[in-house]
Write a protein that binds this ligand. Structure first.
Ligand SMILES: Nc1ncnc2c1ncn2[C@@H]1O[C@H](COP(=O)(O)OP(=O)(O)OP(=O)(O)O)[C@@H](O)[C@H]1O
Length: 300
């Protein structure tokens, strides 16, 4: 297997009284799209800032693209990392294109990349307009374009879809899929779990500075042992019967729902299929949000 794009071992960071990150160990394989999720203040941005070399851990080691974050060659590695901070700093007096040219110069990226980056995030039409007149979503797109400069192998995106409309969110994840196809490793955070659920290869749940779960969404679902829901289409007679005999709950006039343990799933499906008046069945897996809440409740 290729060396991990990101490898953290026992990383800890304290701000005065606050232990923001506590002994985090994490490995992300190259080319993966990785979601870091956690409540406000869980330590996501602090982890990002340590991985970017912006702040130094109190304990533990970080290796990015094979190089230790405190090593002599980290400056070169840093050139291959794109970053979209939670609050992107933009100058109102510059146009979108001028903004990117400014960042390209800082990053040592080719000036010629700027037009392509604006095109990629759907801002080509506003390239010469001053940022002052940009909407919130346009600013966010410009921040994303800035992170793409220099064709980074590794991208850190802190709440990248914050303020984007549904079409823009769709466009954003299309670009993420393109970057993945080009071999980039992408780490992103989001509070909209339904949004990232289908779009990341792996997630880590951070709670109070610690990783409490990590794996694919399917793996986390299985480990959480939350019930699955079977939603069946029924006749009026079957509806009443299933509610009375199986403890199903009414979903709407034509459907009832049954919550079943994962291990009993097949037996319950067979049982429902044998019931008269049942004509269709849909299985609903617990959402990433339900898994996340389960882990949050463990803390309480
Ligand atoms: N520079 C700092 N000085 C003091 N405390 C800090 C600093 N940066 C972060 N913290 C604290 O560390 C903890 C983790 O903060 P962090 O910003 O990493 O969380 P987060 O998961 O990114 O939160 P959010 O989802 O709200 O962005 C919080 O308690 C925060 O107040």
């Amino acid at each position: 297997m290729n060396a991990p794009a990101i490898e953290l071992t026992g990383v800890t960071k304290r701000f005065g009284e606050v232990e923001a990150v506590r002994g985090v160990s994490l490995a992300v394989a190259p080319g993966r799209t990785f979601g870091l999720i956690g409540h406000n203040g869980a330590g996501k941005s602090t982890l990002f800032r340590m991985m970017l070399g912006l702040i130094v851990p109190d304990a533990g080691t970080l290796r990015l693209l094979g190089e230790p974050s405190d090593g002599a060659r980290f400056r070169e590695v840093r050139q291959q990392i794109g970053y979209l901070p939670e609050h992107v700093a933009l100058y109102d007096n510059l146009s979108g294109l001028e903004t990117l040219r400014f960042y390209a110069k800082l990053r040592g990226a080719a000036r010629a990349e700027c037009d392509a980056a604006l095109e990629r995030v759907g801002l080509a039409h506003a390239a010469t307009r001053k940022v002052r007149g940009y909407s919130k979503g346009m600013r966010q797109r410009l921040g994303f374009a800035q992170a793409l400069l220099g064709k980074p192998k590794l991208l850190f995106l802190d709440e990248p879809t914050n303020g984007l409309d549904p079409q823009a969110i769709h466009d954003f994840y299309r670009v993420i899929a393109e970057l993945k196809a080009e071999g980039a490793t992408v780490v992103l955070t989001s509070h909209i779990l339904a949004e990232i659920e289908q779009r990341v290869d792996e997630v880590a749940i951070l709670r109070e500075g610690r990783i409490v779960a990590q794996g694919s969404v399917a793996e986390l679902r299985e480990r959480a042992e939350l019930p699955v829901r079977l939603i069946v289409r029924v006749t009026a007679e079957a509806r009443e019967r299933l509610i009375a005999t199986l403890g199903a709950s009414a979903e709407d006039a034509a459907h009832v729902a049954l919550s079943v343990n994962r291990g009993d799933k097949l037996a319950r499906i067979a049982q429902l299929a044998a019931e008269p008046g049942v004509s269709d069945l849909r299985l609903v897996e617990p959402s990433l949000e339900a898994v996340f809440l389960e882990h949050s409740q463990e803390a309480a």
